[in-house]
Design a protein around this ligand. Structure first.
Ligand code: MTE
Length: 323
């Protein structure tokens, strides 16, 4: 993702090139006239050199969880998963989070739970996850920019977490809010970046779907800062920007909440943001994707290949209008 000046005449692009991305950002920084817009763009990852885990603490007692993969799916290397990231709080380039996220202090960490539930409060991270058995859940992650990965997350069901707060019947949506701490998140000092805090939301039935995941680790280890330490959500059937990182607040609400990318550019990014190869981004096709580590593009699958698990959530909805 990056900030660029979009011109009305911009061609829809099916391939996002690093050079144009770089030039676009420079154009924006130079303050060239035009209307500013935030958009998602891409650049090539560093060549991954190893596939093993890193040096973070190992997570104990991790059971085998969801792992339905296609024959063409192989795990993306640990190096690529942790060095090619979107986390604007640390900068807009893919390499920035790995370079800058060491400043983030993921402990002590509390999550505020509020809104339409019977058990609101401010809960310490350890108490929040203690009641939940950890599982390894392997999911494809498809970014709206047109790249994808396969990541072995460690976590548990988001629905189980939310049920513990006893949401009320009037709670139709849940909103997630990310940390604001510019001293540790240097991207938050960038006046031309996103509005902070980064917020995201789901309809309650989406949040209760068994695939909706709270992640606290990957590759058997504690979640690296650049991947959203200490706690994030993972929603494998949606474009990656729905999966908010470093969550500090969970709110149960009646009305559809705001989500950052839709606020920044509502013509280009929606609330539902389900992976859908037949709904193009206004400036590029979503029909194919580049799996990080692969050379050739591959077809993008409806709901990122999780149609069987989630399609019923959207029965009767026009997914072209409700993107
Ligand atoms: N969460 C926050 N707080 N800030 C962000 O910039 N980027 C999103 C999502 N969650 C983002 C975020 C986007 S666009 C993607 S594709 C995924 O995180 C990337 O997750 P990863 O870096 O762990 O692969």
């Amino acid at each position: 993702m990056l900030i660029r000046i979009a011109k009305a005449s911009d061609p829809a692009s099916s391939e996002i090139t690093p050079r144009s991305v770089y030039l676009d950002r420079r154009t924006f920084m130079a303050g060239t006239a035009g209307f500013a817009t935030l958009t998602l763009g891409g650049c090539k990852p560093k060549a991954a050199t190893s596939s093993g885990p890193g040096t973070n603490a190992k997570l104990a007692d991790v059971k085998e969880g969801y792992r339905k993969l296609g024959s063409a799916d192989t795990l993306t290397t640990y190096d690529a998963v942790t060095s090619y990231n979107n986390f604007y709080e640390f900068g807009t380039d893919k390499e920035d989070p790995a370079k800058e996220a060491h400043r983030l202090k993921p402990r002590p960490w509390t999550v505020k739970v509020d809104g339409l539930c019977n058990k609101p409060g401010t809960i310490d991270f350890d108490d929040l996850i203690k009641p939940h058995a950890l599982e390894e859940r392997i999911f494809r992650l498809r970014c709206v920019e047109g790249w994808s990965m396969v990541i072995p997350w460690v976590g548990f069901s988001l629905g189980d977490l939310l049920k513990g707060f006893e949401p009320q019947g009037s709670a139709k949506f849940v909103q997630f809010e990310t940390l604001v701490r510019p001293a540790e998140m240097i991207g938050q000092k960038d006046a031309f970046s996103l509005k902070w805090p980064y917020v995201e939301g789901l309809r309650m039935d989406e949040a209760m779907n068994p695939l909706a995941t709270v992640a606290v680790g990957l590759y058997g280890e504690v979640l690296p800062n650049q991947n959203g330490a200490p706690i994030r959500v993972v929603l494998p059937w949606k474009y990656g920007f729905k999966s908010a990182k470093s969550i500090v607040r969970i709110s149960f609400v009646e009305k559809q909440p705001e989500n950052t990318w839709k606020v920044m550019q509502s013509r280009e990014y929606g609330f539902y943001s389900n992976v859908n190869p037949s709904v193009d981004h206004p400036r590029w096709s979503q029909k194919t994707e580049r799996r990080i580590g692969d050379f050739r593009r591959r077809d993008t699958l409806m709901f990122n290949g999780y149609e069987e698990e989630v399609a019923s959530l959207y029965a009767g909805m026009d997914l072209k209008k409700n993107f």
